[in-house]
Design a protein around this ligand. Structure first.
Ligand code: 13P
Length: 336
């Protein structure tokens, strides 16, 4: 049986290459309203639409952003939102050569029949939503599912994660959006780096098998893996060189060179750790562009930095970028 290629095939390849362009990576700013609320609460701000708009305006108007950022993942609210000055946020991004992307999954729910594991919802109605997102200017999509090492992972949870990602990837390509494929292997746990490596091999083998079964075009996808590290509560610590060695070994074993870009998530690593680990992975030539798609490891300092112009505590919080009250970073699982 000959399977028809996506009508968008050429555009998908071009979009994927633009996002995976030298010296740049992705700004993940697609926190759901609930998760964005946690970020705002960490600096004492209320989770209102106006505060989310002010914060995201601050992010997309940072001077020189387009030099380092090739794509920005948005939550649906932001895709249709204007900045504080009235310009559309997608237009501000496009003017800087930044490709707008959109989170399309509907979040995690308990996976019946598993060991307290989760699965990711959002396939129902996905094609229609994605067609509308394309019209609104999005050119890539993100679907984040998770795999927990302390809770298994069970065969069922891994197969479900892989199949959901593959269906999402095929539907996205059909609608002109480059799918970012993200099976996040959570940092939580006391396990060592070898165990993470073993689980990651299994997860990526299943994910590529399912994507091949679903006729996904590998030249038109991007990956968002977790780095291979010891569990966050492990007594072992790994150096950037060890993380790079294990992670690159995993990628070489499991990821075809036709995939244009590997854009790592930060997963609760500090900004410095995530940067040092990524730097260590780019010391030699790789078959794919190896870069970042960080949320917390790009935004934490931004949230914590006081704005010089803010002199009085009585200034209305909606009008200005936020001022920090306490540390917002955490090593644990983010719900996005
Ligand atoms: P972190 O970099 O904070 O892990 O978030 C990346 C992301 O978008 C997870 O889906």
């Amino acid at each position: 049986v000959v399977v028809r290629a996506s009508a968008y095939a050429d555009e998908l390849v071009k979009t994927a290459k633009t996002v995976a362009s030298p010296g740049r990576g992705i700004l993940a700013m697609d926190e759901s309203n609930a998760t964005c609320g946690k970020r705002l609460a960490s600096i004492g701000l209320e989770n209102t639409e106006a505060n989310r708009q002010a914060y995201r305006t601050l992010l997309v108007t940072a001077p020189g952003l387009g030099q380092y950022i090739s794509g920005a993942i948005l939550f649906e609210e932001t895709l249709y939102q204007s900045a504080v000055d009235g310009r559309k946020i997608v237009d501000i991004l496009a003017e800087q050569g930044i490709v707008p992307g959109i989170k399309v999954d509907k979040g995690l729910v308990p996976l019946a029949g598993s060991n307290n594991e989760s699965w990711c919802q959002g396939l129902d109605g996905l094609a229609a939503r994605e067609a509308a997102y394309y019209q609104a200017g999005a050119r890539f999509a993100k679907w984040r599912t998770v795999v927990s090492i302390p809770n298994g992972p069970s065969e069922l949870a891994v197969k479900e994660a892989a199949w959901g990602l593959a269906r999402y990837a095929a539907i996205s390509q059909d609608n002109g959006l480059v799918p970012i494929v993200e099976p996040e292997i959570l940092l939580d746990g006391e396990h060592g780096i070898e165990r993470t490596f073993e689980v990651a091999q299994k997860v990526w083998a299943e994910t590529f098998y399912a994507m091949a079964e679903n006729n996904v075009m590998f030249e038109g996808i991007l990956l968002k893996p977790s780095m291979v590290t010891p569990g966050a509560e492990s007594k072992d610590k790994a150096t950037p060189e060890q993380v790079a060695e294990y992670t690159l070994k995993l990628l070489h074993r499991r990821i075809p060179p036709s995939v244009p870009g590997i854009m790592f998530l930060s997963g609760g690593q500090s900004e410095v750790e995530a940067t040092q680990n990524l730097n260590a992975m780019n010391q030699g030539a790789n078959p794919w562009h190896v870069s970042f798609s960080y949320a917390r490891a790009l935004q934490n300092t931004c949230l914590k930095t006081p704005t010089p112009s803010r002199s009085s505590a009585s200034t209305p919080p909606t009008a200005r970028p936020p001022r920090p009250r306490r540390e917002c970073s955490s090593r644990t699982t983010a719900t996005k």
